[in-house]
Design a protein around this ligand. Structure first.
Ligand code: HEM
Length: 201
């Protein structure tokens, strides 16, 4: 095994933008003082998640949903290998983590859209309850995601957080992606900035 390029720019940039914006949205969720910052943070989550969905079909190998969205048999096999403390190694996302990712992207879109509706005075109390319920559910999945990332890092002896920063993970040379897709990363930044500007105005 060598260090090979696994995560392209849109995956890495999108991840840290989404993680940062999610934290900011939580910290600014109470009261009116930081309302605009809260709305922009929600717009960033929406921008990243809406870019990530098509990227899951046309992106590089490990960004694609077909690479990591697996059926219950694969998820069970992976979780069993974890319980035996001999986790199966996956170059991309593992089958259990894959479902947390799908949930986070879906919840990111639904939570931000509900927030956008409130910001535009649509829906009243019911929409506010829905927005809060979705945000709490998302926080729960984030905590499960973090538990998975840190336990996976320990059990695999591989720093997965560093891999999400540098893009490099352990693998065989012929499993590497050929390009980090920097232009698509730039497009993501433009898309997210446009979403922030559009929603805030
Ligand atoms: C400091 C906090 C966080 C750390 C250290 C972290 C770390 C990671 C790591 C290491 C991965 C790759 C997992 C793997 O190897 O399969 C990942 C994937 C992912 N994380 Fe996080 N994460 C954090 C917070 C968040 C938050 C707050 C969200 C959402 C609100 C989030 C959403 C995602 C998504 C969607 C992916 C999949 C990336 C993709 O394929 O595009 N993460 N995270």
């Amino acid at each position: 095994m060598k260090k090979i390029l696994v995560w392209d720019w849109p995956v890495r940039l999108g991840h840290w933008l989404m993680a940062g914006a999610f934290c900011v949205a939580w910290l600014t969720s109470e009261g009116e003082t930081y309302r605009l910052i809260h709305v922009i943070a929600g717009a960033i989550v929406l921008g990243v998640a809406s870019f990530r969905l098509p990227w899951g079909f046309i992106g590089s190998r490990y960004a694609r949903f077909v690479d990591f969205v697996r059926g219950p048999v694969s998820v069970k096999a992976y979780l069993t290998s974890l319980l035996r403390l001999e986790p199966a190694h996956h170059v991309g996302h593992n089958p259990a983590g894959g479902w947390a990712i799908v949930a986070l992207l879906g919840l990111g879109i639904l939570t931000s859209l509900a927030g956008w509706g409130i910001y535009n005075d649509l829906g009243g109390n019911l929409l506010e309850e829905l927005h809060e319920g979705l945000a709490v559910t998302m926080l729960t999945v984030v905590l499960i995601h973090l538990a998975g990332v840190f336990s996976g890092s320990l059990l695999h002896g591989e720093n997965l957080v560093r891999a999400m920063i540098t893009g490099f993970k352990n693998g065989l040379p012929d499993e590497a992606i050929v390009s980090a897709r920097p232009l698509a990363g730039l497009l993501l930044l433009i898309w997210v900035a446009a979403a922030g500007w559009w929603i805030a105005n």
